[in-house]
Structure formats: structure tokens, C-alpha cells
Design a protein around this ligand. Structure first.
Ligand SMILES: *Cc1c(COP(=O)(O)O)cnc(C)c1O
Length: 372
């Protein structure tokens, strides 16, 4: 058989790499380049802890390599969450850990499972390692444990679950997660992506960390990008059995968390008041925003229940998501329209400051009235 690679005059990526659609980040400016209020990437509108900012300014000089093992940060995370630091691995954002988890356990011929309307990075992580993505149907934009389990085959190697989920905001209960885990063979890695965990009321904890502590096939990932307000520093972490952590350590970048990232994240861990404040702010403003849209009555706007720092609003009436997206941009705010993720009828709106949410609700209400 002719070898297409040898015959080609330029280097050819592997066929499964050619099929990757590059990650589409939330935009920060309009079509004309004008900067807009950015409610498109689930960043923290309150910024980050002042302690993190101060520590960042004092971080180790850039001429020196960072601690390759993020030792102090792992110790602090271990203390905060009651986890042995040997069971913690840090990443260049949790995205690095999600990606290496897929490539460690899946390859060509293997299946990786996640629910429809899941985090777009999973698709990239799966394709990178040449595995096959299996997308389970949703249940009214949420995750149905039985449907997910029904998609498991003997080729399944990894299951990704974001809880709360992005972009829907839906949340699985502790009982559902435990049931999902119990239904999976021990050979399948369950990745519980808790990027938004700090926004959930601690009373509603989903038990992810306990599952990771008790079982060898559970990896929990968390991030400093959301409630901690350090998205630009690129730092996340994961926890699971020491054997699992050891595998990820072999695959991650050797100096993957840089000096300022380690310093600012370490200080951020020590400022749990900031995290609690962010959670409280988010809850209040998310509730106000959703109530404003709900008060409109039956005009086709359906905000889905969310436990995260964003709301997915479905446009099921006269006003379309595309028109609303353009109207909001014209009024100075960029949100996330997701036609590429099968949601041409949805806008994912990050919960910003009170002023930002009032402004955006005003614009949406006016557009709904105009579309009547
Ligand atoms: C934002 C987000 C992350 C975080 O990615 P980082 O690489 O840590 O910035 C992970 N998972 C989901 C579902 C997210 O929405």
C-alpha cells in the first residue's frame, strides 16, 4: 500500500490530529475590535485574592526554573482538603491534566465517554490520543446516569464528567455520582472535572473527593481559573490514587506550573474568605439575573438551573440566540454563543458584577419586548 506520509513533500500530522477542531476561547472584543465587557469565559468578575496578587509580585525570579513538583502548593492543598500531597498533581491549568489523563489511558481503538453538551476540551483530549469519542445523549441538558452507563462498552477506557457541567450548569447529586461510579468497571477511569466546585454550596458537595480517596479509578480535577480568579496564571490540580498521580506525573510538562503561578495559587489557597465571598456574590447575582429573566413570563427565554458561575439561557421563542448575541455585543457585552457545540439556540452568560448583570438583563428584556 502506498505510504501517503512518505510520498508527501510536507510533514503530515496523524489523521486523528487533522480532525481536531482547535479550542475556541471566549472572545473579548467585538467584530470591529472594540473591547467589550467579557462574560464569555467564566472568569471571576471580582478578580483574585489581594494576597495572591501580593505573592505574585514577590515570586521567585524568572531566571530560575520553578519547583518542578509544586511542593508547597500541593502541601497547602492537601492541608485544606485533607489529602495526602502524594495524591495530588498540579497542572498548567486543569486542562493539562484532563488531556494527559485521556492520553495515559486511551489510544486508537479505545473509547472515551462523555455526555452531550459537555466541556469542549474533552473532544480535543480524546482526538489527540487517537481514541474514539462516544457522546451520550443528555436528559434535558443534564446528565442521566443510566444513559451514560448504557454507553459503556468493553472498549471504554475513560469517562469524563464535569460537575457542575459546562456549558449547561447542570449538577449531579452525590447519590448519582456514587451510582455512576458503582456502575463502571474498575478498569475505566472516571474523571470528575470540578472546575466550578468552589461555587457550589458546601452543603451540596457531590462527594467527588471522597470517591477519589476511596477508589483507584477516580481522578478529580480542580482549577484556580474560576472561583480563585487566577485564569491567567494557568494552574490546576488533580487528585487520585498515588499510582494514578504517578502516571500523570510522567506525562505532564516537567516545569508545568511557573513561578508566579505557584506563588499566587499558594497565597490564594490561604485566602478562603475570598473564595467564600466569590461564591456568595455569584449566588446572589445569578439568582437575581435568573429571576429577572423568569419574571418576563413565557417569552421563550429559558435559563437552565445552574450551580456554576454562568447560566445557559435557551432561546425558544421569537428572539433567537444569534440576534440576542449580536444585540448584547452591540450594547457592549460579549457572551458565549455555542452553535459549534450543538447549541445554536443557547447563550452561556458568565455571572459578572451586579452592574454588568443589570445592564445585560435590561438589554435582553428590551430585545424580548421588541421581538413580540
Ligand atoms: C474552565 C474549565 C476548566 C478549567 O480549565 P483550566 O485549564 O484549569 O483553566 C476545566 N473544566 C471545565 C469544565 C471548565 O469549564
Amino acid at each position: 500500500m502506498a505510504d501517503a506520509t512518505a510520498a508527501s513533500t510536507t510533514p503530515q500530522p496523524k489523521p486523528w490530529i487533522s480532525e481536531i477542531h482547535a479550542y475556541v476561547p471566549g472572545k473579548s472584543s467585538g467584530a470591529d475590535g472594540r473591547p467589550l465587557v467579557k462574560l464569555s469565559a467564566n472568569e471571576n468578575p471580582l478578580g483574585c485574592s489581594p494576597a495572591a496578587l501580593a505573592a505574585r509580585a514577590q515570586a521567585m525570579e524568572p531566571a530560575l526554573y520553578p519547583d518542578p513538583d509544586s511542593t508547597d502548593l500541593r502541601r497547602a492543598l492537601g492541608t485544606l482538603h485533607g489529602i495526602d500531597p502524594a495524591r495530588i498533581v498540579c497542572g498548567t491549568g486543569s486542562g493539562e491534566l484532563l488531556t494527559v489523563a485521556a492520553s495515559a489511558f486511551a489510544g486508537p481503538g479505545d473509547e472515551v465517554l462523555y455526555v452531550r453538551y459537555g466541556f469542549s476540551l474533552y473532544d480535543i483530549a480524546v482526538r489527540r490520543c487517537g481514541a474514539t469519542a462516544v457522546v451520550a445523549p443528555d436528559h434535558d441538558y443534564g446528565t442521566d446516569v443510566d444513559v451514560l452507563l448504557g454507553c459503556v462498552t468493553e472498549r471504554t477506557r475513560v469517562v469524563f464528567v464535569a460537575n457542575p457541567n459546562n456549558p449547561t450548569g447542570s449538577y449531579m447529586s452525590r447519590a448519582d455520582l456514587a451510582r455512576l461510579h458503582a456502575g463502571l468497571p474498575g478498569s475505566v477511569l472516571l474523571v470528575l472535572d470540578q472546575a466550578y466546585a468552589e461555587y457550589v454550596d458546601p452543603a451540596d458537595d457531590d462527594g467527588s473527593l471522597e470517591l477519589a480517596a476511596a477508589h483507584g479509578n477516580v481522578l478529580v480535577t480542580r482549577t484556580f481559573s474560576k472561583a480563585y480568579g487566577l485564569a491567567g496564571e494557568r494552574v490546576g490540580w488533580g487528585t487520585g490514587a498515588p499510582e494514578l498521580v504517578e502516571v500523570l506525573n510522567r506525562l505532564r510538562g516537567p516545569f508545568n506550573v511557573n513561578n508566579t503561578a505557584q506563588a499566587s495559587a499558594l497565597a490564594a489557597v490561604s485566602d478562603q474568605d475570598f473564595v467564600a465571598h466569590s461564591r456568595a456574590h455569584n449566588r446572589v447575582e445569578r439568582t437575581r439575573f435568573v429571576e429577572r429573566l423568569t419574571a418576563l413570563g413565557n417569552h421563550g427565554l429559558r435559563p437552565l438551573p445552574s450551580e456554576a458561575n454562568f447560566v445557559l439561557v435557551l432561546f425558544e421563542g421569537g428572539l433567537t440566540a444569534e440576534v440576542a448575541y449580536n444585540g448584547l455585543a452591540a450594547a457592549g457585552t460579549i457572551v458565549r454563543w455555542l452553535p459549534g457545540q450543538g447549541l445554536p439556540h443557547g447563550l452561556r452568560i458568565t455571572i459578572g458584577t451586579r452592574e454588568q448583570m443589570d445592564a445585560i438583563a435590561d438589554v435582553l428584556v428590551a430585545m424580548v419586548e421588541a421581538a413580540k
